[in-house]
Design a protein around this ligand. Structure first.
Ligand code: F6R
Ligand code: MG
Ligand code: MG
Length: 365
């Protein structure tokens, strides 16, 4: 049976008005690169979009996950767009391209990516999530609810093929360890880890029994790769839907709660997750609040049908208003925690400088 691979690869290679939005010329350039890759037979299909300042490549092919040709082609697509960004004088041009060239795999090179290789079911609906001004751990809470919370996903209780539960792969980004945790029986163990969203990140979710991959999240930690802050690791995720997997509505349901995520202003503040239509995926107030987009597709013979812009719906208006109220509340904290992140998680800090300055006039209490 032929297998299709869906690859979502993204990078911030420069943007208009600070870290606000990808310029139309970069989208056009990326579309040209992917069209050429399709004409050459490498890609079966593609869509190019942006979530805020992140250029997003949504691609189908038959080369499998972690394929050098696909990764290199994505790198070249970003490099070309970065040149245009430089010519236009866009902000942070080339930011996420951490080296001069890409020899094959994008791991550790700057761009974020997530991929699933799968045998297409009779009908293959799925949702691609893209986020700006946050980190991969921002998906921990909604993914837990989708695949393990029966108060959110009715199918966990009443669909026989979901009733056994799911297996969660968790990555400890500090130690590099992978854990496989099975729900519902180990749900509390899972929560004990993934509640620490900056460290334990949901990487992949599989259905019990057949181990069908149901979801996958990009886990690039740019700050750790470079050993210093070089840009947000704004994440992307794929969630497959229906017919023995969560329904599209169950996948969207947890996003009705604007939970607090890390990554607002200078990667150093908590802000509410705001679900938005693509046209509103551009951060403004205090470089935020953090935005999430959801594109729904059908995949047929490795071709993409769609997207449906799933958060472009008044059903999420209340969440957006709530998010704005929470944004206001969080901003009132100014430089104080928990509006600001803890010192170990901040991407910008003057603390060492301040400590050095004060060290000369220390007195013991
Ligand atoms: C970038 C981001 C922004 C920047 C901020 C300062 O994705 O989230 O909040 O951190 O605009 O940017 P610089 O240091 O480039 O002036
Ligand atoms: Mg940026
Ligand atoms: Mg971004």
């Amino acid at each position: 049976m032929v297998k299709t691979t869906l690859s979502i690869i993204k990078a911030d290679v420069g943007s208009l008005a600070g870290h606000h939005v990808v310029h139309a010329d970069l989208i056009k350039s990326a579309e040209g690169s992917l069209r050429a890759a399709k004409d050459s037979g490498l890609l079966f299909d593609y869509r190019v979009t942006n979530c805020g300042d992140d250029l997003e490549l949504i691609m189908t092919h038959r080369k499998g996950e972690d394929n050098d040709e696909i990764h290199k082609m994505a790198w070249n697509t970003f490099s070309k767009a970065a040149c245009i960004a430089k010519d236009l004088g866009l902000y942070a041009a080339g930011q996420d391209l951490l080296s001069d060239a890409c020899s094959g795999n994008l791991k550790g090179m700057g761009p974020g990516f997530t991929e699933i290789e799968f045998e297409e079911r009779a009908s293959e609906p799925l949702v691609v999530f893209m986020a700006d001004k946050t980190e991969p751990g921002a998906f921990n809470l909604p993914l837990y609810k989708i695949f393990a919370d029966p108060f959110s996903s009715a199918g966990l209780v009443i669909d026989p093929s979901m009733h056994d539960g799911f297996i969660f792969e968790v990555l400890d980004v500090i130690e590099g360890n992978l854990y496989e945790i099975s729900t519902p029986e180990e749900a509390y163990d899972l929560l004990a880890l993934i509640g620490t969203t900056g460290r334990y990140i949901l990487k992949r979710i599989m259905r019990k029994g057949d181990r069908l991959t149901a979801a996958s999240v990009s886990i690039t930690k740019l700050s750790l790769i470079a050993g210093k802050y070089v840009g947000k690791d704004d994440p992307v995720a794929i969630v497959r839907a229906q017919h023995g997997l969560p329904a599209v509505g169950e996948i969207l349901e947890p996003f009705s709660f604007p939970h607090l995520v890390a990554g607002w202003m200078r990667g150093s503040h908590y802000g509410p997750m705001m679900p938005v239509a693509q046209r509103d995926a551009k951060c403004s107030r205090f470089d935020g609040p953090p935005r999430f987009m959801a594109y729904g597709f059908q995949v047929k013979d490795s071709k993409l049908v769609g997207p449906a812009d799933l958060f472009d719906d008044p059903a999420f208006d209340y969440t957006r208003w709530k998010a704005l109220e929470v944004a206001d509340y969080m901003r009132r904290h100014g430089p104080f925690m928990p509006g600001r992140l803890g010192p170990e998680e901040m991407e910008y800090t003057t603390l060492p400088l301040v400590m050095k300055k004060l060290s000369g006039r220390l007195k013991k209490e």
